[in-house]
Design a binder for this molecule. Structure first.
Ligand code: IMP
Length: 424
């Protein structure tokens, strides 16, 4: 029996999808705890590539029950599009895909406002995915959000939706000079969704509690990453939820005492999508090479990801916040063609060395990385299945990451395939 939390230790896109799928082989339940269809979790099985946005990675293992927790904001349109793709692959979801009745709904006005508000900003764009995530969480914390459970009381849902839409239309018309959204179409669309969603709706806190009491193996799956966390990320260039460990508790309702293992998924180099400070970013040929070799293009939006060297300042900060039991180091194979590999070990700001991740975005933006250079290994590693099979310099690199993070690396991913992983 175990309850593991899987958390992105950087700016998202660390390869959480592959690890969740790998660990789900021994799991009974996989529950996603925050974010929405902004995530893109990629899993390669044979010659097939699956990109999951909302549905937990465990769906690719037929014996696993999958839960979309209360902390997630659910866009029914995105959910059903993804569900159809999953079913088309012949994967059965019967009686094993449940959504919390407490999860909040994303409505069309959330997506429109997200996109219009990004469009209206000039230099301060966040570079959101446009999936309505921020505006949906605004409503949640403003206590006017609509939850999945609201869908099943038609008359009160109608009143709440009318009130919300009137307020949103005032913003859409007066602030953005766009046409208002029609109520009737939206209402009838959501009533249709209600019927289709009903078989999936549960008190998932209770389901998870019972699974825990039962001694089941449970995985709590985070989306995005620590440095996109609303509280601890590079605010305001963050997402609107808590991918860090606290989010796993509030986003599922499992008590803290249930958790025994916290796994930080960390890429062997660094990437970020969207705007915001990124001290170890390389905008030269090295960045371009990392992007090409690592296929660093957004799984949700297709945007090219910004790339740079491993940032030990950010990684240590993430370790501190999440208390990782151990790390899963991903995409080590991407570095195999580099003769030298740099690691950012501290930042220089105003002639001073900083070794802690600063809160202020202006400071972070003006931090210059101080790096150490390690030798590369110039050799393919995709076939390695044991740590000892890695070239000596690759082993040294892994040990160096462990040293700067003060945390052990238990899993090393050496390729996109399900079995290209070293377990230590
Ligand atoms: P939002 O989550 O769509 O509001 O976007 C806020 C910021 O988080 C933007 O910089 C996005 O590019 C980033 N972001 C959101 N989801 C992901 C993800 O799954 N991986 C990486 N970046 C993400």
């Amino acid at each position: 029996m175990s309850v593991k939390v899987i958390i992105g230790a950087q700016w998202g896109d660390e390869g959480k999808g592959k690890l969740v799928d790998f660990l789900a082989e021994d799991a009974n339940v996989v529950a996603r705890y925050q974010g929405g269809a902004n995530a893109g979790h990629t899993v390669h099985i044979g010659d097939k590539k699956y990109i999951l946005h909302l549905i937990p990675g465990g769906i690719l293992r037929e014996n696993v029950t999958c839960i979309i927790g209360n902390g997630v904001v659910l866009d029914p349109e995105a959910f059903f599009t993804e569900l159809e793709l999953v079913k088309a692959e012949g994967i059965s979801i019967r009686d094993r895909l449940f959504i919390s009745d407490r999860a909040h709904l994303i409505l069309p006005y959330h997506k429109i406002i997200d996109q219009l508000s990004e469009k209206s900003k000039d230099t301060k764009k966040i570079g959101t995915t446009g999936r309505g995530i921020g505006p949906a969480y605004v409503d949640k914390y403003n206590r006017c959000g609509l939850r999945l459970s609201d869908l099943f009381n038609e008359s009160s849902f109608k009143v709440k939706l009318q009130e919300n839409l009137a307020a949103k239309n005032r913003v859409i018309v007066n602030e953005f000079n766009e046409d208002p959204i029609d109520f009737d179409n939206m209402f009838s669309q959501y009533m249709t969704y209600a019927g289709d969603l009903e078989p999936h709706i549960r008190d998932t806190q209770l389901l998870l509690y019972e699974a825990w009491q039962n001694g089941d193996n449970i995985i709590l799956e985070g989306a995005q990453g620590c440095l996109l966390d609303t509280d601890f990320g590079s605010y305001p260039f963050v997402t609107s939820s808590n991918p860090t460990v606290g989010g796993a508790i509030t986003g599922t309702g499992l008590p803290t005492t249930a958790i025994d293992t916290i796994i930080g998924v960390i890429k062997a180099y660094a990437t970020r999508v969207g705007s915001g400070p990124f001290p170890s970013e390389k905008t030269d040929d090295t960045g371009e090479r990392l992007r090409k070799l690592g296929h660093e293009f957004g799984a949700t939006t297709g945007r090219p990801r910004r790339c740079g060297w491993f940032d030990a300042v950010a990684a240590r900060y993430s370790v501190r916040i999440n208390g990782f039991t151990y790390l899963a180091l991903t995409k080590l194979d991407v570095l195999e063609k580099f003769p030298h590999i740099e690691v950012c070990v501290s930042y220089k700001y105003n002639n001073e060395t900083i070794s802690d991740f600063p809160a202020n975005p202006e400071i972070l933006n003006n931090c210059v990385p101080e790096t150490v250079t390690l030798p590369g290994w110039n050799e393919a590693i995709g076939h390695c299945r044991k740590f000892e099979e890695l070239p000596a310099n690759a082993q040294k690199y892994v040990k160096y990451i462990e040293e700067v993070c003060k945390t052990g690396v238990k899993y090393i991913s050496v390729g996109v395939e399900r079995n290209q992983i070293i377990v230590r």
